[in-house]
Design a protein around this ligand. Structure first.
Ligand code: SF4
Length: 188
């Protein structure tokens, strides 16, 4: 059996949230991460690349620049942005990637719900232009505020439990999905 070669890249470790069970505090899993200073330090061949953090949209220009570098180096690979923080700069990075995975975390505030609604407005207004892209929404099932989902724009909506580190380690010895490697970008 062959598996996809995937890279999950933290473009920043900075995050303004303090989610209970933040995956970046999963030390047994995080010790498998490699630190890179250049996109050229990534493996030569990758089928799928996930840009994540921390919160990539806290550093939107860096996220856009690295997305462009990754897109140029891997023109045929799938490239996804993972975020839990909508801001207007997101509209500059979405055209570069193949899709967006957006999360509404436990403890979501009214501001988070407003941000989700603004993102949905953006996706709705670009629906024709971005019709080939994948937009996936994950909502932690502990979110207590009402969430309105526009079914026209999401390729997939998942409302479920956040995995603990032990649950991830029970699935795979490294805690990472099969074929996936973890990288932390420490370049400028
Ligand atoms: S948004 Fe992500 S990186 Fe930030 S605290 Fe939550 S799980 Fe961790």
């Amino acid at each position: 059996m062959t598996f996809s070669r995937k890279a999950r890249i933290l473009v920043t470790k900075a995050c303004h949230r303090q989610c209970a069970g933040c995956c970046n505090t999963y030390t047994t899993i995080m010790k498998h991460a490699s630190y890179i200073e250049r996109i050229a330090d990534l493996p030569t061949e990758l089928d799928e690349i996930m840009i994540t953090g921390g919160e990539p949209m806290l550093v939107p220009e860096r996220t856009q620049r690295l997305s462009t570098q990754i897109r140029n180096r891997y023109p045929a690979s799938k490239l996804y942005l993972y975020s839990a923080e909508y801001n207007e700069a997101m509209k500059n990075t979405i055209p570069i990637v193949d899709g967006l995975h957006y999360t509404v975390h436990e403890g979501a505030t009214l501001q988070d719900i407003t941000s989700l609604n603004r993102l949905q407005e953006l996706l709705q207004s670009h629906k024709a232009q971005w019709r080939e892209k994948s937009f996936r929404l994950y909502i932690d099932n502990r979110v207590i505020l009402p969430v309105t989902i526009n079914p026209d724009i999401w390729s997939q909506v998942n409302i479920s439990k956040w995995f603990t580190e032990q649950e991830l380690l029970d699935k795979q010895p490294t805690g990472l999905p099969v074929g996936e490697s973890l990288f932390i970008y420490i370049g400028t």
